[in-house]
Design a protein around this ligand. Structure first.
Ligand code: CDP
Length: 787
């Protein structure tokens, strides 16, 4: 029983139940922790308590002597094999195990390999490390001060803490727009560091067969093929002997894109010891050392005419990168796609200046449920537009509407160089306003204010850019960004689809089968989708940044169409008709004007192996490596209503309306699930999530009592709406959606709180808007002159 609906013809836009859920619900998923191999050893990692310190010595003798310990690996040992440092996916380097210094709290110092996990962890306490603490640099502003210690003194040419300087747009045209502006509105804000915190932490089982040299690494990887290539390049092992298997993954959200020291040491240990080695990360290890997200300081201005027309935008951004630049950004774009910061607006001139700095913190900046740094951009422009509306004294919805890129201007080239494929922003905004009851709410807000109650209505009309990407612009470490599908139809008409992407919960096994069903008429339950095994799937760049549907989804369509082309030749042979005389109706070819003379796709598949014409290759299969001609640009308008308690600063969400447009929806139920997840994550960032550091660089947010995940108790209810503006270049018109709500919603929540407080004099509060911060802002505004 798959639970898959079959009683219908159309396969797109159908809420087919998720195939994968059956095994998850009954506890038969196959996660890293479920993998147990004969003679398997266990690895535990010793982490630095200091954010910045010199390592004078590491004494592993007592740990080595503990019964059950098989080996203790240090950076010194790895250095002998040239493995003490590894490249990051952004072209920087990162320590595997520290040798000279530690540069962040939680940095990996040594690994114990033991017969069981408890012994491995016990032995960690027996390792003696002599540290010499150094001053920690905990903000990018401090890092850029000329007196700051140089964090990456391991790099020969690095004389300061600067990582990159990257600009987009036209400085001169933007200066001119500002010189001629009637009104300039400024916003300075910080999108704080937060963490994807997938329910399953990272881990691996590395298995190097000493007899064959075959390296099998079962690992929590969102990008198994790219990881295999990096492993081959770093270790010098032959790539064909490395197999990466990414089994079921308990959430990734960008956190499982980087390569972590744990994977590398477990593999090196398995190679040295000739036995499989398992590493399962604990929660604190995950929160303090693996890919964080955001941490952008943004300062920007919007130039406007008196009538509210936007004429220019300039933004400066400073990024806190941690001690290594390890974002996995496409190599051309140093600050990801932050320059999409013009958002949904027709702003003729824009200039964006970005800088990245090293600090004594964990590296990251991963695409946490967003396309490369688009969340930060979307947050900034939506907060800035809201601020501009108040300063001009106009309605925030109307200011947006007035400046939207008009529907007839698509495809649209933005001032920072993006080519928006399609869009129609007003209907989405109208629907959000209508559903939330905007007009009435504004009246209610006025009445409530008279009673001293604080009601706020926040909007965000975001545009995303997802689906990296066209190979001419996008690569990771030089590997061009495309994705792939291999479709094989078996003699009985059932099919197997193998993909280069890798689901971490997005429902690929269902939706990609629906695409095949749509193209070929083979029912979705007859199509098995396989991902995540580099020996058995075509090369791809993986799943993150909402790229699966725009890339692998398109590859699936194209592969299926190639199969259909061959099926047509087979049908012509079977029906003794000319190919030109055949017509296709989902699932069968028939002779024009004689619908009874038909062959179903299943009959054709059988013939492909039993009755194919002379000179034709047997079989019915196709492969496609899809290089998208452009990114896709999903968008939406969100409206959030809050009530703020003046006495405590607590804010309750009264209503959330989210209208999304991701072009053709393959599976509306899955799309809605993605959006609800994103709205929940957006709420968490706006309300409660923060990873911060004290002056010594101690990470505050290293566990789930400090780093708060929203439960069903706090999470508001969501009302979802939809418009449909297909992508003109995607074979089935689908745009990505996986990240949209996390990108779009934080600004809507924050805008709602500020909307409630602006008249009191509260103009901005940086996320997360904890009740204490909101209360303090109200107190400060009331105490200010005229407050
Ligand atoms: O790359 P990732 O799978 O995370 O993101 P995505 O392709 O943007 O979308 C997440 C999931 O939503 C997809 O895997 C599909 O299952 C589904 N989806 C859909 O049904 N229709 C769309 N137009 C976009 C996504």
């Amino acid at each position: 029983m798959t639970g898959v609906e079959t009683e219908h013809k159309g396969w797109l836009g159908r809420s087919v139940k998720r195939k994968e859920d059956a095994r998850f619900i009954v506890g038969r998923g196959n996660y890293i922790e479920d993998i147990v191999l004969p003679r398997m050893l266990h690895m535990a990692i010793l982490r630095s308590p200091y954010a910045h310190a010199k390592i004078n010595s590491i004494d592993t003798s007592a740990a080595t002597e503990l019964p059950g310990v098989v080996a203790v690996v240090t950076g010194e040992l790895l250095a002998e094999h040239k493995l003490a440092w590894m490249p990051t996916l952004s072209g920087d380097t990162q320590a595997v195990l520290a040798t000279d210094k530690v540069r962040m709290q939680g940095q990996e110092i040594a690994c114990v390999i033991a017969e069981d996990r408890y012994i491995a962890h016990d032995a960690l306490e027996l390792i003696e490390v002599d540290y010499e603490p150094l001053p920690a640099v905990i903000s990018p502003q401090a890092a850029l001060d000329p007196t700051a210690p140089v964090i990456r003194d391991d790099k020969e040419d690095q004389t300061d803490n600067k990582i990159y300087h990257w600009e987009a747009g036209d400085a001169e045209a933007t200066e001119k727009a500002f010189a001629e502006a009637d009104k300039v509105v400024r916003l300075v804000t910080h999108y704080p560091r937060c963490h994807p915190a997938p329910l399953e932490c990272c881990g691996c089982v590395a298995d190097v067969n000493p007899a064959t040299g075959k390296v099998t690494i079962h690992m929590t990887s969102q990008a198994p093929h790219a990881h295999r290539t990096v492993f081959a390049l770093v270790t010098g092992l032959p790539e064909q002997d490395i197999q990466i298997i990414s089994p079921d993954i308990g959430g990734g959200f960008g956190n499982k894109v980087p390569i972590y020291p744990g994977y590398v040491v477990a593999t090196a240990a398995s190679l040295l010891l000739g036995r499989p080695v398992k590493w399962i990360e604990d929660r604190t290890g995950n929160l303090i050392s693996t890919g964080f997200a955001r941490d952008f300081y943004m300062d920007g201005e919007l130039a406007l005419k008196q009538d509210g027309t936007m004429t220019g935008l300039r933004v400066k951004m400073l990024s806190d990168q941690g001690y290594a630049y390890a974002d996995a950004q496409p190599s051309k774009f140093k600050a990801g796609l932050f320059h999409i910061v013009t958002g949904s607006y027709d702003i003729p001139a824009a200039h964006v200046v970005t800088e990245g700095a090293y600090t004594n913190k964990a590296p990251g900046g991963v695409a946490y449920r967003c396309s490369f740094r688009v969340t930060e951009a979307s947050f900034f422009i939506e907060r800035l537009v809201q601020t501009a509306a108040y300063e001009l004294g106009v309605d925030p919805a109307e200011l947006r509407r007035q400046n939207f890129i008009p529907a007839d201007k698509f495809p649209y080239t933005s001032a920072t160089g993006f080519e928006y494929d399609s869009g129609n922003y007003e209907p989405a905004l109208d629907q959000a306003l209508e559903r939330v009851g905007y007009k009435k709410l504004r009246e209610e807000q006025k009445r409530a204010r008279k009673e001293g109650r604080l009601i706020g209505i926040g909007l965000a009309s975001f545009t995303e850019v997802v689906g990296a990407g066209p190979s001419r612009q996008f690569d990771i470490l030089g590997i061009k960004m495309f994705d792939s599908a291999e479709l094989r139809v078996h003699p009985t008409g059932k099919a197997i689809l193998k993909l280069g992407v890798k689901s971490q919960g997005q429902g690929h096994e269902t939706t990609f089968a629906q695409i095949v069903a749509h193209e070929l008429g083979i029912p979705a339950e007859d199509v098995t989708v396989r991902e995540g095994d580099t020996d058995n799937t075509p090369y791809g760049l993986g799943t993150y940044a909402s790229r699966s549907t725009p890339t692998a989804g398109a590859a699936t369509s194209v592969a299926a169409r190639k199969v259909r082309d061959k099926a047509k030749k087979l049908a012509a042979h079977l029906l003794e008709a000319a190919e030109d005389d055949l017509e296709w109706e989902t699932g069968k070819f028939f002779v024009k004007g004689a619908p009874d003379r038909a062959k179903t796709i299943q009959e054709i598949a059988f013939a492909a192996y039993t009755d194919h014409p002379e000179g034709m290759e047997a079989g019915l299969e196709a492969v496609n490596y899809y290089n998208p001609p452009n990114m896709t640009y999903p968008f939406g308008s969100y409206a959030v209503v809050v009530e703020v308690d003046r006495g405590t600063g607590q804010w309750d969400v009264k209503k959330v309306v989210a209208v999304d447009d991701c072009g053709t929806r393959i599976n509306p139920m899955i799309v809605e699930g993605q959006i609800m997840g994103g709205l929940t994550e957006g709420y968490a960032m706006a309300a409660m999530q923060l990873i911060t550091f004290d002056e010594e660089g101690n990470c505050i947010g290293s566990n789930f009592t400090d780093y708060l995940l929203p439960t069903s108790w706090e999470t508001p209810s969501f009302e979802l709406g939809e418009t449909t503006t297909p992508s003109p270049h995607h074979p089935i018109g689908a745009k990505g959606v996986g990240e949209s709500a996390t990108v779009g919603s934080p600004a809507a929540y924050v805008n709602a709180v500020i909307d409630a407080l602006w008249h009191l004099g509260v103009k901005n509060i940086d996320m997360p808007l904890t009740s204490a911060k909101v209360w303090e802002a109200i107190q400060a505004a009331e105490a200010a002159p005229g407050g």
